[in-house]
Design a protein around this ligand. Structure first.
Ligand code: XIL
Length: 368
C-alpha cells in the first residue's frame, strides 16, 4: 500500500488545472464536451493515480469531477474501532483542490464492506457508531465536496429481507429508518453538498433491475413526502450487456425521478464486456455501441447533470480485480472503460463524445 507521504507528494505533483486552448476545443476532452452539453464529467479515483503520473495526467486533462473510489468507504476510514483513517481521502481532496476539480464523496453509509469489528457490536452500539461516523466525516469535509453519496445501494433483494432492503449492520440495527436518519444528520452539518442516494442495477431488465427500480422509486417518494434533504439520485450504471435492457425505458424512469425536482447522476458508468467477442477490436466496437445506445437515451433527460466513469483506464477497472480473484489464469482482460491499459483513447471515448455532442445540439437554441 502506498504511504501517506507518497500520496501527498503525488497529489501535490498533479499539475495546475487544464485550460482549454483553441486547438483543444477542436478536439475536446470528455470534460469539455460534457461541459458544452451541460454535464459534469468525471471518474472515480484512488491512490493508483498517485503512483502513475501518466494516469494522474489523464484525470487532469479529461475530468471535471473526481469520485473517491474506496478512500471514503467506511472500512477505509474505520479499519479499526480505535481511530479514524483520513489520510487517503485527504490526499484525494488535496489533489482535487490543487487541480481545480470538484469532488464527490463516496460513500458515507453502505451496508456492504463492513469491517469485522462493526459486525460484533450490539444494535445500540452500531447506532452510536453510525451517528459518530456521520458527524466526524461530514464535519471534516463540510463545504469541500460537490456531493455526498449519503447512502449507497439501499436495496439488494438477493439478501431476502422484507421490502428488498440490503442487509448489513446499519439495516440490522435500525431497519429502513437508517436512510432518512443519515440524510437528516448530514444536512445538519454540510450545507452545500448535493446529498445523493446512489443505487445499482436499475439500468438492466434482469430480475435485479426489474425488482430494484420500483423499490428505489418508492423510497424516493417517501423521502420527498417526509421532507428529507435529498437532492440527487445516483444511478451507478455498471452496464451488463449479457442481460436484457431497455435504455429508453430506463431514461423514462430516471426522467420521472427528475420530475420530483432531483438531479440525476450517472455515477459509476462502465460496461461489463464479459459476453462480448474475444477479439479486442470487435469487443471495443461492441462496448462503444452499447455506450452509444445507453448515453443517447439517458442524455436526452434534462435532469441528468453528471456522468462519472468508474476509473478511466481498463487497467484500473474493478472488473480486473474481480477477474484476478475469480479467473486469475484467463488471458482475456476486461475492457469496460474509455481508455485502454496504455491510457490510449478507445472507441468508447469517441462514442461518449458523440453522445455528448448530440445532447449539446438538442440543447442549442432554435435558429431564428
Ligand atoms: C468497488 C471498488 O472499485 C473496488 O476497488 C472494491 O474492491 C469494491 O468496490 N458499486 C459501488 C462501488 O458503489 O463502491 C464499487 O466499487 C463498485 C460497485
Amino acid at each position: 500500500m502506498i504511504s501517506r507521504r507518497a500520496m501527498l507528494a503525488g497529489a501535490a505533483a498533479m499539475l495546475a488545472p487544464h485550460t482549454a486552448t483553441a486547438a483543444s476545443r477542436a478536439a475536446p476532452t470528455l470534460a469539455e464536451a460534457a461541459a458544452d452539453a451541460g454535464i459534469i464529467y468525471g471518474a472515480s479515483i484512488d491512490q493508483q493515480a498517485f503512483a502513475n503520473p501518466a494516469y494522474a495526467d489523464l484525470y487532469r486533462r479529461e475530468t471535471r469531477i473526481l469520485t473517491t473510489d474506496v478512500a471514503m468507504k467506511f472500512d477505509w476510514i474505520r479499519p479499526v474501532q480505535e481511530r479514524f483513517e483520513f489520510s487517503f481521502a485527504d490526499a484525494i481532496l488535496e489533489a482535487a483542490r490543487v487541480n481545480g476539480k470538484l469532488l464527490r464523496g463516496h460513500t458515507l453509509i453502505w451496508n456492504d464492506n463492513a469491517p469485522d469489528w462493526l459486525k460484533r457490536l450490539s444494535r445500540r452500539e452500531v447506532e452510536r457508531v453510525f451517528d459518530e461516523h456521520i458527524d466526524r466525516v461530514v464535519e471534516r469535509y463540510a463545504g469541500k465536496l460537490h456531493s455526498w453519496d449519503v447512502v449507497n445501494e439501499p436495496f439488494w433483494p438477493m439478501d431476502r429481507q422484507s421490502g428488498g432492503w440490503r442487509n448489513g449492520p446499519w439495516y440490522a440495527a435500525m431497519g429502513p429508518s437508517y436512510v432518512e436518519r443519515a440524510f437528516r444528520r448530514v444536512a445538519a452539518i454540510d450545507k452545500t453538498a448535493h446529498l445523493t442516494l446512489n443505487e445499482a442495477q436499475c439500468d438492466n431488465d434482469h430480475e435485479w433491475g426489474r425488482s430494484i427500480r420500483p423499490l428505489l422509486a418508492g423510497l424516493v417518494e417517501r423521502l420527498r413526502d417526509s421532507g428529507a434533504p435529498l437532492h440527487a439520485i445516483g444511478l451507478q450504471s455498471h452496464l451488463q450487456p449479457q442481460w436484457p435492457a431497455d435504455y429508453p425505458a430506463f431514461a423514462d424512469y430516471i426522467g420521472r425521478l427528475g420530475d420530483k425536482g432531483l438531479e440525476i447522476y450517472i455515477s459509476e458508468f462502465d460496461i461489463n464486456d464479459q459476453s462480448l467477442p474475444d477479439d479486442v477490436a470487435a469487443r471495443d466496437a461492441a462496448v462503444a455501441a452499447v455506450c452509444s445506445q445507453f448515453l443517447n437515451a439517458v442524455l436526452r433527460v434534462p435532469a441528468v447533470k453528471m456522468v462519472v466513469n468508474w476509473q478511466l483506464s481498463d487497467r484500473y477497472s474493478w472488473y480486473r480485480d474481480v477477474q484476478r480473484r475469480l479467473a486469475p489464469l484467463s488471458p482475456r482482460l476486461p475492457r469496460p472503460l474509455p481508455f485502454d491499459e496504455g491510457l490510449q483513447s478507445k472507441p468508447m471515448r469517441a462514442a461518449m463524445l458523440a453522445s455528448l455532442a448530440m445532447r449539446r445540439s438538442q440543447q442549442a437554441p432554435p435558429r431564428p
